[in-house]
Design a protein around this ligand. Structure first.
Ligand code: B3K
Ligand code: ZN
Length: 868
């Protein structure tokens, strides 16, 4: 007998599910009829499943359940007491024939559902979230994505409380009942897995519109919100119509039903959900008006609306065979939404933003204890794998396919994939095979991107032989070890490369695509008469770290000359990072090259202000930390602030000129106006950093006089980091103005949680006791706790208070909502990157979490893996 370990002393660790154990379903459910007698306190769900045996076997029918008690089980219409049994939470039924009709009845309590998975109540409405495994909290069913069914849904509810009754597909019937109740029937003709089921019962109003598809079909569109929010749905509606048109043009994908509904809810675990024809959204990704939403919010609304709409093909028409294939739909759909957004505005700025996000969330994941390939090999709780790796690195992998194959062959591949797998539950392998078949390009080694975790590190060295006019580019790659993968094979890495003549400023023969396939590779360039400067991984053609050892002068040259906007941005970032890493190591730094490069960029009238704003911003404290062997958050903060101050002081005239130039706008939501607003607040930040005596007045004036949230929040962010007298007044004015508007009050919490002042830990602790703080709403939890955990200075306070606060919050949230609690843990898992004192404190908090009885498997998995 083995002794129980620390975890099993309280409860057995959750079982680990392995990809290689996949087995096709024993039973299929081609048709299902659901009947809901809706009530927040007690909803009766009757399910009628036509089941068919798949293959020759005599295994029972297994219907997953979670917290359900069968009140009745009927087989082919006959009540049965003995033919079924429970296996844990699942219902097992032995069936004699190959096809039967199974009926079950259960009762659930949506208003008690704090996990927000399954059927739950939010702000007086009833709605569902089923992905990945929420359907089993509604009724007994084979709750796996490879069981595809046609649904008929009948629901009834109190008409006054729930006048709107929605489900997937088209509404086919409905009417009034006795006692003030009414009913509706919805039919979805498309086969779909359980995770795409949705139902909404609510008192909402709709912004209605329509869209004519390219084949001339008229689609009724509706965005359902609370009456007071109706005026904030125009942007989402415009984005929806633009997405529908874009998918026809870019991918040849047309919408396939007569209705498309979107419902906004205030309590939601994620951003949004692509349920077939009934998307359910976190309201923060639907509602936008100039007074309450920033430009970033507007962009996010459009991006998420597009993302969920695009899932209709990449996810719904072709779905995933099992959850290990999640990146099949998510990586591809993120790539599609990124491409859509790039087409709507500045493609260069969009690429910079996407790479910034990848580096902020995915690179640390790849370098830490939770690293996993985009197609994971195992999990305890699949909800923990809706990660930046599966989504954002997954999108980079699809982008690399696009780069390697070229746009035309990629499009042939996606057409083949959709045609071949329409109506099926497919795998990542199916996707790569379709790309391979359509293009004729051998992608055998490319598949390593699906199986190997870790960010590859590419070292590049350029040598010039002036006599022979040759340049030799030596490339080396290594993929760092990650949990469970101690050694790696070299990956095929597409690198867009150009060489610039130092004197002429011209490229030698433009750009070329170099495929780095081996651990070591040399590329010879001929006809290079003058000293070349290396521009590499242009457009961020591969999700790798490049170490190119370029001088400050070369980086400054590229930041001013490169004709690839991303490479230009990247050169500036590298110059800043090199300067700051050196300053942290030596305690002082030479700021001159950065100051001159920033000055040159600011003075370049040919550049888009949105690009300038991105280019002159210093890299984040966490990204600087990622470049160092041991992160020293205090030294990084001080070095970064010193550089900010010098930039502010040395270029004071430029910042003032740029502020003046960008200041006098009336609000409009267009790419140029957005760029000006961004540059305005960046300029304000540098004016504040310079210590100019009038900066507080200018910041407060921007805050007070703003005719839009971008300017107002931008100014508030500057004020909040300061010691100025205007700071508290601005926070109070902001709160008073927006009290009761949850999405804006979230910003009030976040702005304070991100403050770089010394008192931020204490402020955040106090905010957790504020009357508006609640653990029940995931947006609010993320606004305060999630934001604070990325505040490098405050969170890593040497007292350990930041770590303790986070662990306390994880434990408190876990009791209500395990999914949201588990997402808070990763910052504590970065302990290996810190000094001994901080690492010890972080480990102690992880250990305290793990020692707590009754943990969810979500939190158990993340905390145990993080502790290592
Ligand atoms: N597919 C959903 C994910 C919901 C998962 C919740 N744990 C959102 C999206 O990627 O579109
Ligand atoms: Zn998605």
């Amino acid at each position: 007998m083995t002794m129980p370990d620390a975890q099993t002393a309280t409860a057995a660790p959750p079982p680990v599910i392995h990809r290689e154990d996949y087995r096709p379903p024993d039973w299929l459910v081609p048709d299902v009829a659901l009947d809901f007698a809706l009530d927040p306190a007690a909803t009766r769900v009757t399910a009628r499943l036509s089941v068919t045996r798949s293959g020759a076997h005599n295994r029972p029918l297994r219907l997953d359940g979670d917290g359900l008690t069968p009140l009745a089980v009927r087989i082919d219409g006959e009540p049965q007491a003995d033919a079924w049994r429970m296996d844990g939470a699942a219902l097992m039924i032995d069936l004699p024939g190959d096809a039967h009709v199974i009926e079950t009845e259960v009762e659930i309590a949506p208003e008690k559902n704090s996990q927000l998975m399954g059927l739950y109540a939010s702000g007086g409405m009833l709605c569902t979230q089923c992905e990945p495994e929420g359907f089993r909290r509604i009724t007994f069913f084979p709750d796996r994505p490879d069981v595809l069914s046609r649904y008929v849904v009948r629901m009834e509810a109190d008409k006054a409380r729930f006048p709107v009754l929605l489900s997937n597909g088209d509404r086919t019937d409905g009417g009034d009942l006795d006692d003030g109740r009414h009913w509706a029937e919805w039919r979805d003709p498309f086969f779909k897995p359980t995770y795409l089921f949705a139902l909404v019962a609510a008192d909402l109003v709709a912004n209605r519109d329509s869209f004519a598809t390219r084949s001339g079909k008229e689609v009724e569109l509706a965005i359902w919100v609370k009456p007071e929010d109706l005026a904030k749905t125009e942007h989402a509606m415009a984005a929806l119509k633009a997405s529908m048109a874009w998918d026809e043009k870019a991918y040849g994908r047309e919408y396939d039903l007569g209705e498309f509904n979107i419902v906004a809810v205030a309590d939601f675990n994620f951003g949004a959900m692509e349920n077939k024809s009934l998307n359910i959204f976190n309201s923060r990704y639907i509602l936008a008006d100039p007074d309450t939403a920033t430009d970033v919010d507007y962009d996010n609304v459009a991006g998420v609306v597009a993302h969920e709409y695009f899932h209709n093909w990449s996810g719904n028409r072709v779905t995933c065979r099992d959850w290990f294939q999640l990146s099949l739909k998510e990586g591809f759909t993120v790539f599609r939404d990124q491409s859509f957004s790039a087409d709507q505005g500045s493609a260069a700025v969009k690429r910079i933003e996407d790479v910034r996000a990848l580096r902020a969330s995915q690179f640390p994941e790849d370098a830490g204890p939770l690293a996993h390939p985009i197609r994971p090999e195992s999990y305890m709780e699949i909800s923990n794998f809706y990660t930046a790796t599966v989504y954002n690195k997954g999108a980079e992998v699809i982008r690399m396919l696009h780069t390697i194959l070229g746009a035309d062959a990629f499009r042939k591949g996606s057409d083949l994939y959709f045609d071949r797998h329409d109506g099926q539950a497919a795998t990542c392998e199916d996707f790569v095979t379709a790309m391979e078949d359509a293009s004729g390009v051998d992608l055998a080694r490319f598949r390593l991107w699906y199986s190997q975790a870790g960010t590859p590190r590419v070292t590049a060295r350029l040598e010039h032989e002036p006599a022979g006019g040759q340049a030799r580019l030596t490339l080396e790659q290594g993929v760092p070890p990650t949990p469970g993968q101690p050694s790696k094979q070299p990956m095929p890495i597409p690198l867009r490369v150009a060489l610039y003549g130092e004197v002429t400023g011209q490229t030698f023969g433009g750009e070329r695509l170099v495929m780095l396939e081996d651990a070591h590779q040399e590329i010879l360039f001929e006809g290079i008469g003058e000293r070349p400067v290396l521009s590499i991984n242009r457009g961020f053609s591969a999700p790798v770290t490049v170490v190119a050892d370029r001088s400050a002068a070369d980086l400054a040259f590229l930041s001013a000359q490169d004709d690839d906007p991303f490479a230009r941005y990247e050169a500036m970032q590298q110059l800043m990072v090199d300067t700051l890493v050196r300053a942290v190591a030596l305690g002082e730094g030479d700021h001159r090259p950065v100051i001159e490069a920033v000055q040159e960029t600011l003075r370049n009238a040919a550049l888009d202000p949105a690009f300038i704003a991105e280019a002159v911003l210093l890299p984040s404290e966490s990204f600087i930390g990622d470049q160092m062997p041991v992160v020293d958050p205090v030294a990084i903060h001080l070095a970064r602030e010193a550089l900010r101050r010098d930039l502010g002081q040395e270029l004071e005239d430029e910042w003032r000129a740029s502020y003046a130039k960008t200041h006098a706008n009336r609000y409009e939501y267009t790419p140029p106006a957005k760029g000006l607003r961004r540059l305005k607040t960046v300029s304000l930040g540098y004016m504040a950093a310079s210590g100019a005596p009038d900066a507080s007045v200018i910041a407060f004036r921007q805050f007070r006089d703003a005719d839009n949230m971008t300017d107002r929040q931008g100014a508030l962010g500057t004020l909040v980091n300061s010691q100025w007298a205007e700071r508290d007044e601005a926070l109070k004015l902001f709160y008073d103005r927006y009290r009761g508007n949850d999405l804006v009050i979230d910003k009030w919490f976040t702005t304070q949680a991100l403050s770089t002042r010394d008192d931020s830990v204490a402020a955040v602790e106090a905010l957790a006791g504020h009357g508006d703080f609640t653990l029940a709403n995931p947006n609010r939890v993320r606004a305060l706790v999630g934001a604070f955990a990325v505040n490098q200075k405050g969170f890593n306070d040497l007292s350990g208070r930041g770590y303790r606060f986070l662990a306390d919050m994880v434990l408190a949230v876990d009791k209500l909502n395990p999914q949201t609690a588990a997402k808070l843990i990763p910052p504590l898992g970065r302990w290996r990157r810190f000094d001994e004192a901080r690492a010890t404190l972080m480990r102690a908090e992880l250990a305290r979490v793990l020692a707590t009885p009754g943990l969810s498997k979500d939190v158990f998995e993340q905390a145990s893996k993080s502790l290592g």
